[in-house]
Write a protein that binds this ligand. Structure first.
Ligand code: ADP
Ligand code: MG
Length: 527
């Protein structure tokens, strides 16, 4: 059988394109809202019925279109946003380059009402064909109605989620956009009920309204790069990333790198499988970041992953070390001097993380007894937790001097005569404190793993010779403490980040391998 080549009808081409760009109600809402934003709208109202399958309606008060554009905009590759190929470079992030409306109209019963400079037009499209173009009544702006989604593509319709799943996805899409545009009013009504109604607000109000409060504010600027936004406190950590919002140059972006950096910035304040909610805005010169062009998943690649990673991690950990949780003022901090795009073109972030991940997956904590942890690898490891702890404390006070835990209630220490310099000396080992009057020192932060209740003991050991290694070691040896299994595991994991994982600061080994031969020897000797 011979087959002649023939051109596909435009309507079919649009439907195929729609498979790419119009996946579900949420992706349609996103496209329509982005168009409204581009049209300079200050109010955007969204209405859905049956999760959007029956109706999606997006109404704005933007620039609107004249009668000619109202028809043209439904043609594929019809756009007012790019004129020549060079424009693509800057606009790739914007979506579909003139494909969205054509695609949406090809898989729905579509109606557009738009008004520009007092002239209003109504256009109806059915199955991708324009059936009505007529004058109508409308104020400035545009309303788009999408009915019976996928009515003419039954295969796609079958794969749609439930109405309630679609509705919550739509809500999430609007929230995500609304967080980046607090100055614009948004509303959503689903099935005739108002889901939310956000007036024009400032950023802080918008975040509070959508996320129900925030705890730590971050503002940081360096070399033309600005990080700002809010972190929830560790208690509000979630089991997935749905509370995490990142905007790069105002566009919502998913970045595993930054998500990881923020989590690492939280340090041991949250568990391994907990995700801290945040809303963070990164303003960065466009030549330092590449936004993935795939319309559905926006991911970012940075020219210097390592620099960005450190920047976010430090921003977050500093936010915790500088203020109690009830403060709402911006927390400023001095960024690490290390950060520089010019000097560090390629990151070593991934390779640095790998050994640690391997450890986590291959070693299973079995039991803890009297300060010893038994781990299973291909053989057993016996870990002296006190030695491990003293290595961790030693490094966090001598090398890192950061990642400290802020105390909600400052710890007060009475200074003895001759101890006036104590504050400065403690500051050198990364413990932040203030003089209250002449004789009292208020301790504001402590290194992770040093509990406030144990601090006086540590201080006593440290005062004896001011030798850090010696002090941490003796302090940990004498520590009266029952270790729990998950705490022990945390200590073991944290140890993997130390530069020296084998010896405590006085040179004592932290762990030994227990081989089968060793066990046999022990058992033989028991006879
Ligand atoms: P793109 O946004 O990539 O240009 P679309 O298919 O989404 O492609 O839209 C095509 C064109 O229709 C836009 O370039 C714009 O000129 C016009 N348009 C779409 N939606 C609106 C709106 N809400 N208000 C004003 N103009 C709009
Ligand atoms: Mg568009």
């Amino acid at each position: 059988m011979t087959q002649k080549i023939h051109r596909l009808p435009e309507a079919v081409i649009n439907q195929i394109a729609a498979g790419e760009v119009v996946e579900n109600p949420a992706s349609i809402v996103k496209e329509l809202i982005e168009n409204s934003l581009d049209a300079g709208a200050s109010h955007i109202d969204v209405q859905i019925v049956e999760g959007g399958q029956q109706l999606i309606r997006v109404e704005d008060d933007g620039s609107g279109m004249d009668p000619e554009d109202a028809v043209l905009c439904l043609e594929r590759h019809a756009t007012s946003k790019i004129g020549q190929i060079e424009d693509l470079q800057t606009l790739l992030t914007m979506g579909f380059r003139g494909e969205a409306l054509a695609a949406i109209a090809s898989v729905s019963q579509f109606e557009l009402k738009t008004c520009r400079e007092g002239v209003a037009t109504r256009v109806v499209v059915e199955g991708g064909r324009i059936t009505v173009v007529e004058p109508c009544a409308r104020n400035r702006g545009t309303t788009i109605e999408v009915r019976s989604l996928f009515y003419n593509t039954p295969a796609r319709k079958k794969f749609q989620k439930s109405a309630s799943a679609n509705a919550s996805q739509v809500a999430r899409v609007i929230e995500t956009i609304a967080l980046a545009h607090p100055e614009i009013a948004f509303s959503l009504s689903a099935g005739g009920k108002k889901s939310f109604d956000l007036p024009a607000q400032n950023r802080k109000e918008r975040i509070e309204e959508i996320l129900g409060g925030h705890e730590h504010e971050i503002v940081f600027e360096q070399k033309g790069i600005l990080i700002s936004g809010y972190l929830a406190s560790p208690q509000r950590a979630m089991i997935n990333r749905s509370g995490q919002h990142l905007y790069i140059n105002r566009r919502p972006i998913f970045s595993p790198l930054i998500s990881r950096a923020v989590k690492d910035g939280f340090g041991t304040r949250i568990g391994e499988h907990a995700y801290p909610p945040y809303v963070l805005y990164l303003e960065i010169p466009p030549d330092l970041v590449d936004i993935n062009v795939h319309p559905q998943k926006k991911e970012a690649r940075f020219r210097d992953d390592g620099g960005i990673y450190r920047l976010f991690q430090d921003a977050v950990s500093s936010a915790f070390s500088s203020a109690p949780t009830s403060f709402l003022e911006p927390i400023s901090f001095t960024p690490p001097p290390l950060f520089s795009f010019a000097e560090e073109p390629k990151s070593n972030f991934v390779t640095r993380e790998e050994p640690e991940l391997k450890f986590t997956f291959t070693e299973r904590p079995l039991a803890v007894m009297n300060g010893y942890l038994l781990l299973q690898k291909d053989h057993w490891l016996l870990v002296d937790l006190r030695a491990a702890l003293s290595r961790i404390l030693y490094e966090s006070m001598s090398v890192e001097k950061g990642g400290a835990q802020a105390l909600i209630w400052p710890l007060e220490i009475e200074l003895l005569p001759g101890e006036e310099k104590m504050g400065e000396e403690l500051a050198q080992i990364g413990i932040e404190c203030r003089l209250l009057g002449k004789k009292t020192l208020a301790i504001d932060t402590l290194p992770p793993f040093l509990e406030a209740a144990h601090f006086p003991e540590f201080l006593a050991k440290w005062k004896e010779g001011k030798k850090l290694g010696d002090a941490t070691s003796r302090f940990c040896r004498s520590l009266k403490k029952t270790f729990l299994l998950d705490e022990a595991e945390l200590i073991w994991r944290r140890l993997q980040k130390c530069t020296d994982r084998y010896y405590d600061p006085t040179g004592k080994p932290i762990w030994v391998e227990v081989k089968e031969a060793d066990l046999e020897r022990v058992l033989r000797n028991a006879h």
